[in-house]
Design a protein around this ligand. Structure first.
Ligand code: MN
Length: 198
């Protein structure tokens, strides 16, 4: 059975960029609900219950059809949020070091241009979903809780949750303000180690 991963920081640690009330709701309610629904669905396919989440969401077409959509949404939700918490930090450096900065600058002309392109993608996404940086340093978006691991078959380096539940309490309808603030709390050392682990 899947369980809610602990955060490496307190709910108020990312304030003012993401406030404590959102963090607590997002982690202890939204993420927990994905896990509860995933676990409930897997009760109907017990042979999958002890598999890693990565294996489950890359094998959706092998799951019983009756639970496939539920697992796609809620297994994706569990995987995506688990990654999201890990790449955030109250001790953010603002910019990746070494290899990743060089590689992003090569692909996008500069690190700031990369940030602009990523933000544009996040803002252009209609409705609920995620913006992602993939291992080849391309930027993509997915709707709902679809994960690049399921769709593209790759482990994303970085993901931005642009569901309204991720920002509405702090930013109301102003997704651009949330996206701009989010750059301040990225743990680039974590993203860099995701990149170097490839
Ligand atoms: Mn979310």
């Amino acid at each position: 059975m899947f369980t809610l991963p602990d955060l490496d920081y307190s709910y108020d640690a990312l304030s003012p960029h993401i406030g404590a009330e959102i963090m607590e709701l997002h982690h202890s309610k939204h993420h927990q609900t994905y896990i509860d629904k995933l676990n409930a669905a897997l009760e109907k396919a017990p042979e999958w219950k002890n598999k890693p989440i990565e294996e489950i969401i890359t094998s959706l077409d092998q799951l019983p059809e009756s639970i496939r959509t539920t697992v796609r949404n809620n297994g994706g939700g569990h995987y995506n949020h688990s990654l999201f918490w890990k790449i955030l930090s109250p001790n953010a450096s603002g910019q990746p070091d070494g290899d990743l900065t060089d590689s992003l600058s090569q692909k996008y002309e500069s690190f700031d241009t990369f940030k602009d392109k990523f933000s544009e993608a996040a803002l252009a996404l209609f409705g609920s979903g995620w913006a992602w940086l993939l291992p080849d340093l391309s930027i993509t978006t997915t709707p709902n809780q679809d994960s690049p691991l399921s769709i593209n078959g790759v482990t994303p380096l970085l993901g931005l949750d642009v569901w309204e539940h991720a920002y509405y309490l702090d930013y109301k309808n102003k997704r651009p303000d949330y996206v701009a603030a989010w750059w301040n709390i990225i743990d680039w050392s974590k993203v860099g180690s995701n990149f170097r682990a490839l």
